[in-house]
Design a protein around this ligand. Structure first.
Ligand code: ATP
Ligand code: MG
Length: 306
């Protein structure tokens, strides 16, 4: 089994990165693909989304080698109790596993430095190089590993740029999100110097209100930016703004595990179908040919100057 490692990013918060990571994994999981989603955000969004206790060992322990990677993976079989409802178990989507983040990741650099003082070998490793080895150990065990990154270009996001094969950019159709997406694209291009196999797999436009002309303009703008990059463009599937996503999220469930009241059945099915379509697009793209180095030179010119 080839393991595809895909970062999900945008240097702006609240632009649906975590929602897309969870629902893409859930849709792929439904198709029988084995998925792992890793919380690399010190805001702990993914971990909180499933109500996993912040005391659970996770990303920090994996990166500092205090725990073996297999021991920080939460699965539906882990019998992991919910943080806010002890006695109730967390619900993960079918075929989806999670590496949660604990509070110790909130102050990663400082915590890493103190862990390195205790562990002589760790002293010689840069924090941005800590993700490659544990992910390599999982190679062949998952079809997809999604890295849910923070809304900044901090250490853990850079670690993801170094370890991933692909990045999916997540954006809403708003100026600040689109501007931040361009910054992320520039960083990905720069990161190719240290990780030549890193490529943009596409951008997902989420929470879009297609009735608003300005929003349509921003969707088109992201499309143009990616087109200029010469590689993969926008994903054809655009996710509209749907309150049911937030509703499932307050219950700490993906929409694939949400049992909607009759008034929400059709919207729930609509959004599930959209993520199923996105999952198909992702599978097609990872299996198809990649951009040429000439295309990549074009990206640098267009994005840096544009
Ligand atoms: N298509 C959608 N329609 C309506 N609400 C949505 C949609 N997608 C996501 N949301 C909601 O938008 C909010 C932000 O989403 P999310 O947490 O996925 O963003 P993020 O980019 O991961 O943010 P952060 O950078 O802070 O981690 C959440 O409350 C989520 O439930
Ligand atoms: Mg998030």
């Amino acid at each position: 089994m080839k393991t595809h490692i895909i970062g999900i990013g945008n240097q702006k918060g609240g632009v649906c990165k975590t929602t897309n990571a969870i629902h893409l994994a859930a849709a792929l999981g439904e198709r029988g693909r084995k998925c792992l989603v890793v919380d690399l955000d010190s805001n702990l969004g993914l971990t909180l989304s499933f109500d996993i206790p912040l005391t659970t060992v996770g990303t920090f322990h994996m990166l500092t080698r205090q725990e073996a990677v297999e021991d920080v993976i939460v699965t539906s079989e882990s019998q992991q109790e919910r943080a806010s409802r002890p006695g109730e178990m967390i619900t993960l989507p079918k075929n989806v596993h999670v590496i949660p983040a604990s509070r110790r990741i909130e102050n990663f650099e400082k915590e890493f430095a103190s862990a390195a003082e205790e562990d002589g070998e760790l002293k010689f490793i840069s924090p941005i190089d800590t993700l490659g080895r544990p992910l390599a150990e999982l190679s062949g065990k998952y079809d997809f590993i999604f890295l849910d990154t923070a809304p900044n270009a901090g250490t853990l996001t850079i670690a993801a740029y170094k370890a991933a094969e692909w990045f999916i950019l997540s954006s809403t159709a708003e100026k600040l999100s689109v501007d931040a997406l361009r910054r992320s694209m520039r960083d990905i291009i720069a990161a190719k110097n240290v990780n030549p196999s890193l490529r943009v797999l596409g951008a997902i436009m989420s929470q879009v209100d297609g009735r608003r002309k300005l929003q349509r303009t921003y969707v088109a703008k992201v499309g143009k930016d990616l087109e200029a990059a010469g590689g993969f463009g926008l994903f054809e599937t655009v996710v509209p703004s749907r309150a049911v996503i937030g509703k499932a999220s307050t219950l700490c469930l993906s929409l694939f595990d949400y049992d909607p009241p009759s008034s929400e059945v059709s919207t729930t099915n609509e959004v599930r179908d959209l993520y199923r379509n996105l999952a198909r697009e992702v599978e097609e793209r990872v299996d198809s040919k990649v951009t040429t180095s000439e295309d990549e030179a074009n990206v640098v010119e267009q994005v840096v100057n544009g």
